[in-house]
Design a protein around this ligand. Structure first.
Ligand code: PEP
Ligand code: MG
Length: 318
C-alpha cells in the first residue's frame, strides 16, 4: 500500500541484486520540492521553469529567478537539482514574445529553438541558474534538442555568460554539468554524437512518443498510438541508453512513462540510471524497484522489444 511504501521511501532505491537507481522528482513550483522530499525524492530530475514565465506581462528578471532557484536548491541541500531551461512555444504562448500563429505548434518554434532566437531571454535565465549554482548541486538541462548545432550554440552562450560572471567576480559552479532532453527522434538517431557534447541525457518520453508515433500528445483520438510502451519507443530508449553508456555518461528518463508501474521492469532492464517522476509516484516506484533483480528485468526488456504492440507489452508486465 501507499502507506507502507511511504514508510520506506527514504531509503535509496536498490534492486534485490544490489543495483542502485536514482529516483528523482519532476517539479514545477517551489511548493513541490517539499512534497518531493517528503515522498522520498533523492533530488529533482526535472524542474520545469515555465511556471516562472507564464501568466505575466514581462519576462522574470534575473533576480526573481535567482531567488526561486536558490530557494529550491536550499531545500534540497546537496541533492541534485536539474533545472531545465525554458520550454515554451506555440502551444504555450508568452505575451511578451511574439510567436506567429503556427499550423503545427509542436513542430514549431519551441524550447531551445525559441531560446536560441531570443538570446537575451536565454542569457538571463543562464545567469540566474549559474548564480544559484554557487554552493549547490545544480545541473542545466536543455529541452527539444534535435541537432549538434543547437547544443554547441547553447553551450557557446553559456560559456559567454560564465566569462561575464567571472569578470564581474560573481561566484558560480565552474564545473556545472550540462545535459539534454532526448525527446526528438533525430536526437536518438545521433545520440552517439550528442553524448560526446554533454554530461547526461534525460529521455522525455511524453514528447518522444508523440514525435515517434506522429500522434499529438494532447489528442485523445490518437492516445492509443502514443502509448510510450510501444516497442518503437522502447527501442529508442534502448538506443539512447546504449549510446550514452558507450560514451560514459548517465542516462535518465523523466517522461510520464517512468511513473507507469507497467514500465519499471523494462526501464531497469534497459539500463536507465535515473528515473524522474511526479512526487506522488515515488514511494510505490521505490518499493517496486526493491522487489526486482536486474537480470529478470533484462530478460523482460528483451522480450518487450520483440513484441508488436504496446498492448502486448502491457500484457507482459502487468
Ligand atoms: C517529456 O517530453 O517527456 C517531458 C518530460 O517534458 P514535458 O512533458 O515538459 O514536455
Ligand atoms: Mg518535453
Amino acid at each position: 500500500t501507499q502507506q507502507e511504501a511511504l514508510a520506506k521511501a527514504h531509503q535509496p532505491a536498490m534492486t534485490r541484486d544490489g543495483q542502485q537507481v536514482n529516483v528523482f522528482a519532476n517539479i514545477g513550483s517551489i511548493a513541490d520540492v517539499q512534497v518531493a522530499l517528503a515522498s522520498g525524492a533523492e533530488g529533482v530530475g526535472l524542474l520545469r521553469t515555465e511556471f516562472l514565465y507564464l501568466g505575466r506581462t514581462s519576462a522574470p528578471t534575473e533576480e526573481e529567478q535567482l531567488a526561486v532557484y536558490q530557494a529550491i536548491a536550499q531545500v534540497l541541500d546537496q541533492q541534485p537539482l536539474i533545472i531545465r531551461t525554458l520550454d515554451v512555444g506555440g502551444d504555450k504562448p508568452l505575451p511578451y514574445i511574439k510567436v506567429p500563429l503556427e499550423t503545427n505548434p509542436f513542430l514549431g518554434w519551441r524550447g531551445i529553438r525559441l531560446c536560441l532566437d531570443h538570446p537575451d531571454l536565454f542569457r538571463t535565465q543562464l545567469r540566474a541558474i549559474l548564480r544559484a549554482s554557487h554552493g549547490h548541486n545544480i545541473k542545466i538541462m536543455l529541452p527539444m534538442i534535435a541537432t549538434i548545432t543547437e547544443v554547441r550554440a547553447a553551450k557557446a552562450i553559456l560559456n559567454e555568460v560564465q566569462r561575464e560572471l567571472s569578470q564581474a567576480g560573481i561566484a558560480f559552479d565552474a564545473n556545472i554539468k550540462v545535459g539534454i532532453m532526448i525527446e526528438v527522434p533525430a536526437a536518438v538517431a545521433i545520440a552517439d554524437q550528442l553524448a560526446a557534447e554533454v554530461d547526461f541525457f534525460s529521455i522525455g518520453t511524453n514528447d518522444l512518443s508523440q514525435y515517434v508515433m506522429a500522434g499529438d500528445r494532447n489528442n485523445p483520438r490518437v492516445a492509443n498510438l502514443t502509448d510510450a510502451l510501444h516497442p518503437a519507443v522502447l527501442r529508442m530508449v534502448q538506443q539512447t541508453v546504449q549510446a550514452g553508456h558507450a560514451a560514459g555518461i548517465w542516462v535518465g528518463l523523466c517522461g510520464e512513462l517512468a511513473a507507469d508501474p507497467s514500465a519499471t521492469e523494462i526501464l531497469l532492464g534497459l539500463g536507465l540510471d535515473e528515473l524522474s517522476v511526479n512526487p506522488q509516484a515515488i514511494p510505490i516506484l521505490k518499493q517496486a524497484i526493491a522487489q526486482l533483480t536486474i537480470s529478470e528485468c533484462q530478460a523482460i526488456a528483451a522480450s518487450a522489444l520483440q513484441l508488436d504492440s504496446a498492448t502486448h507489452v502491457r500484457q507482459l508486465t502487468s
